[in-house]
Design a protein around this ligand. Sequence first.
Ligand SMILES: Cc1ncc(COP(=O)(O)O)c(C=O)c1O
Length: 374
Amino acid sequence: MRVPFIDLTAQYNEVKAETDASVAEILSSGAYVLGKYNKKLEEDIAARHGVKHAICVNSGTDALRILMQAADIQPGDEVITTAFTFVATAETVAQLGAVPVFVDIDPATMCIDVNAIEAAITPKTRAILPVHLFGQLCDVKALMALAEKHNLILFEDSAQVIYGHHDGVYTGNWGIGAGISFYVTKNLGAAGDGGMILTNDPEIDRRSRSIRIHGMGRERYYYDELGYTSRLAELQAAILCAKLPKLDEWNENRAKIAAIYLDRLAGSGIRLPETMAGNNHVWHQFTIQYEHRDGLMKHLGEQGIASAIFYPVPLHLHEPYAHYGHGEGSLPITERVSKECLSLPVHQHMTEEQANLVADEILAFVAKAPVAAG
Ligand SMILES: Cc1ncc(COP(=O)(O)O)c(C=O)c1O
């Protein structure tokens, strides 16, 4: 591959000494569970995001599931969300017995269309679950106002955004709480699964800590509610702690690569991702929209350039979500974007030369389209 989608070996090599030392220390000490690295990760990320509480859990999926349970989302509650996201967003709603209600997206940011939400509110609506997609926040101020107006809980699916903020206010502060993912490919990725809940609410903090250990309460082996096995492995916490000091530099490199794409592809006929005013975009993905997407992807692949489709089929068209009643054609922008979206490589170890090569090949393809396009 001339331009891989991500380079995990390069990440490890940059923090090899710290990682190896802490992993060896944990293995030899036997302090495998909820130790000092879990604590440090929680403290460091809470401090940076300016939230009172951060709770390490086993995945971003569990972060959302536990957060919503801790906020008392009940069976039958309706939760307004987006279908243009990773499955965990709606899956966790459904697993709590609640009902995901999908609304369309804004084609410029591909985040939830705040103007579409009000029409979806019913007497059963309890919450809004927007997704900060591809590295930038949704229209958080409008979402907050809407939640307040209708007395709804606002959650943040911040799985794809760490260190992201709007007007200086980081994710985790806009609603009752946010879920972050440390999955391998995230801007801050573990060597496996990991996640975190961010909140300013002491009761959400208390219940989340309990739910992540089977609902265990103040006393060992006494249970207050149903929970899960969802501790973050101490080895993963140590690996994440070793990477955390690099995250600003790594995000800056992503931004540099994104700036090259934005500059080189401007006016090419390709729809480029737009950053909402006030957002700092951490470029988890750089996702373009293009009607000849499949042909372009094939061309890039033939040139040794990786790309990926997030997301090929929106959630409302998958079998487990079909019974919620959003048929084909119900979310026209979501459905169009799913057919046209393509994420280009934008990882922390990409070089400017590689970004220019990607841009060269896209421009070469576009110049020949639609004749050569598929
Ligand atoms: C938008 C979104 N929500 C939730 C998740 C779930 O996170 P995890 O894979 O860590 O369970 C992801 C991760 O891929 C995601 O992208």
